[in-house]
Design a protein around this ligand. Structure first.
Ligand code: SF4
Length: 87
């Protein structure tokens, strides 16, 4: 059996422009009726992510695989940090 290489999507730095984040959020709002958190809540969540050991590859949460720029903005999402969620 050959050894599987690293996941391409998780081994490279992920840079998502603010325009792409906004486009993805708009898609989620229109297709899944998601509600956004208020800006203060989103900013506090993102601050937690930026100092978290689960924050990897410049934008991804290693516990859920989400882009934190998206996850922190969705109202009903929670932090997946094991045992002691950070937000
Ligand atoms: S575990 Fe929570 S705080 Fe840490 S990067 Fe993931 S979502 Fe952010």
């Amino acid at each position: 059996m050959s050894k599987q290489g690293p996941c391409k999507g998780c081994s490279e730095s992920i840079e998502v422009s603010p325009e792409k984040v906004e486009a993805m959020l708009q898609m989620l709002i229109s297709s899944r009726n998601v509600e956004l958190a208020d800006e203060e809540t989103s900013a506090k969540r993102l601050d937690q992510c930026l100092s978290c050991t689960g924050y990897v590859y410049g934008g991804t949460c290693k516990y859920c695989g989400c882009l934190v720029q998206i996850r922190t903005k969705i109202k009903d999402r929670v932090c997946p940090y094991p045992l002691t969620p950070k937000w």
